[in-house]
Design a protein around this ligand. Structure first.
Ligand SMILES: N[C@@H](CCC(=O)N[C@@H](CS)C(=O)NCC(=O)O)C(=O)O
Length: 219
């Protein structure tokens, strides 16, 4: 099997790298940078029409959208138990958490645009930044409550909902102070201790995002 992951270090493609490593699959990695135009090259647009990572090629077939890739990998490799198939008692929370990761993810993307990718910082909107940081914090708070009741996104144990959400929660720390979310901090420590996560971190590569660790947004 040939597996190629189109990847930006520290970006959403980490979700796929981590899941693949949990499955014992090491892909060939093609690395891009968001700010250098490489994701807008026609060759890449032919694989991912909005010019976004991740895209995953398996034996020449390309899939884009991290949630779709994740569901596909779980469905085609049920022996790992990382998905929750139709009829499974955790099917609904599985789907909810998979997609909730992108409710949070799109808020981070908006803040990244404001703080990292705008060419002219004077174009940044303080109002939008504050609103989005508050909305981000509000979207994370229910996860803190959830992790007060269970160790993973699903009560039944580790799943691909964790590879989707774990990455998202890690990235949220750029805009939200997590000292108010101790259950999530303990969860992220548990995730980081997993051999699959460690192996994925080793493959991730150095960040090429010109980003600070934390932006004080005033939430
Ligand atoms: N919903 C998509 C979002 C993909 C996405 O926006 N990826 C970002 C990196 S985290 C990207 O490629 N950004 C490039 C751009 O916005 O030009 C997914 O989950 O795969």
């Amino acid at each position: 099997m040939t597996t190629i992951l189109h990847h930006v270090p520290g970006a959403r493609s980490f979700r796929i790298l981590w899941l693949l490593q949990e499955m014992g699959i090491t892909p060939e990695i093609r690395t891009y940078a968001i700010q250098d135009g490489s994701l807008r090259h026609p060759d890449f647009l032919a694989k991912s029409p909005a010019g976004r990572i991740p895209a995953l090629e398996i034996d020449g077939e390309v899939i884009y959208e991290s949630g779709a890739i994740t569901e596909y990998l779980c469905e085609t490799r049920p022996e790992f138990g990382f998905g929750r198939a139709p009829g499974h008692p955790e099917r609904i929370p599985f789907l909810e958490m998979m997609h909730y990761a992108e409710t949070i993810g799109h808020l981070i993307g908006g803040l990244n645009l404001q703080w990292i990718f705008l060419r002219n910082p004077e174009d940044r909107s303080d109002t939008v930044c504050k609103l989005d940081a508050r909305r981000l914090q509000g979207a994370i708070a229910p996860i803190e409550a959830l992790l007060g009741r269970q160790d993973y996104m699903l009560a039944g144990g580790f799943s691909a909902a964790d590879t989707m959400m774990g990455f998202t929660l890690t990235s949220s720390q750029r805009y939200v102070r997590f000292d108010r979310f101790p259950n999530i901090l303990a969860y992220l420590d548990r995730m980081a201790a997993r051999p699959g996560h460690r192996a994925a971190k080793a493959l991730d590569g150095p960040s090429n995002l010109p980003a600070r660790d934390f932006y004080e947004v005033g939430a």
